[in-house]
Design a protein around this ligand. Sequence first.
Ligand SMILES: Nc1nc2c(ncn2[C@@H]2O[C@H](COP(=O)(O)OP(=O)(O)OP(=O)(O)O)[C@@H](O)[C@H]2O)c(=O)[nH]1
Ligand SMILES: [Mg+2]
Length: 244
Amino acid sequence: MKKNKIIVVLPAYNAEKTLEKTYLKIPKKIVDEIIVVDDASHDKTVEKAKKLKLKTFVHKKNLGYGGNQKTCYREALKLGADIVVMLHPDYQYDPKFIKYLIQPIIDNSFDVMLGTRIRTRDETLRNGMPLYKYISNRFLTIVENLVLGLNLSEYHTGFRAFRRNVLEKINLKNLSNDFIFDQQILISSHILGFRIGEIFNPSYYRKDSSSINFKRSLKYGLETLLNLFYYLIDKNKYLQKSFK
Ligand SMILES: Nc1nc2c(ncn2[C@@H]2O[C@H](COP(=O)(O)OP(=O)(O)OP(=O)(O)O)[C@@H](O)[C@H]2O)c(=O)[nH]1
Ligand SMILES: [Mg+2]
């Protein structure tokens, strides 16, 4: 059997303090290539990435988190990835779990895999997730599971893996350039019949970790509900819709 080409993409924005720590923990034996996309950071993210000799793509203008991921996936596909692992470079996730994340895709059990941060409430809060984020995450997860008919532990993780054909089939260009991209890519995967699986992997909110503020979280939460509404109205239209 041909070996799968595994590419890790790191969508970075002001990640100078955490990029190297994240990079060092990525298991190089498993991963064929690592790419960084910098979304016009104000700090030394690009210098750090180049120092680490990572393939680096730089946005001239800030596009947003979704716009960053679009570049990540486009470049990973160009480089011939069979499986793309998206990992936030803010050192919140433990990259040693990459091997567990990709295995079900290699085995053809699932097409999309999520590294979920919520195993127990205690553990998640102890690891630093703010209470309001925990509560809104649980609430949105219940609603998403009900609407989509899935049974996932969370939809908001920054540690995911996709089989190549998922990224080819979804019209990524039509999705939002903002944080809601993360929901849209999952809803679209589900509509297209791709199987979404999950593993548990603890995440840590450290001093240097990036974490969006209350206002942006609220906007993201409301947009998630709006996207579920669009899904309920017409799934086929959802796939054609331009969210930009
Ligand atoms: N392109 C872009 N990326 C961003 C922006 N804000 C944050 N990011 C990146 O997006 C990723 C996720 O942002 P976070 O702020 O960590 O948000 P989150 O992980 O969803 O939320 P937490 O679970 O609270 O950490 C991080 O890796 C950031 O580097 C932004 O304005 N533009
Ligand atoms: Mg974060």
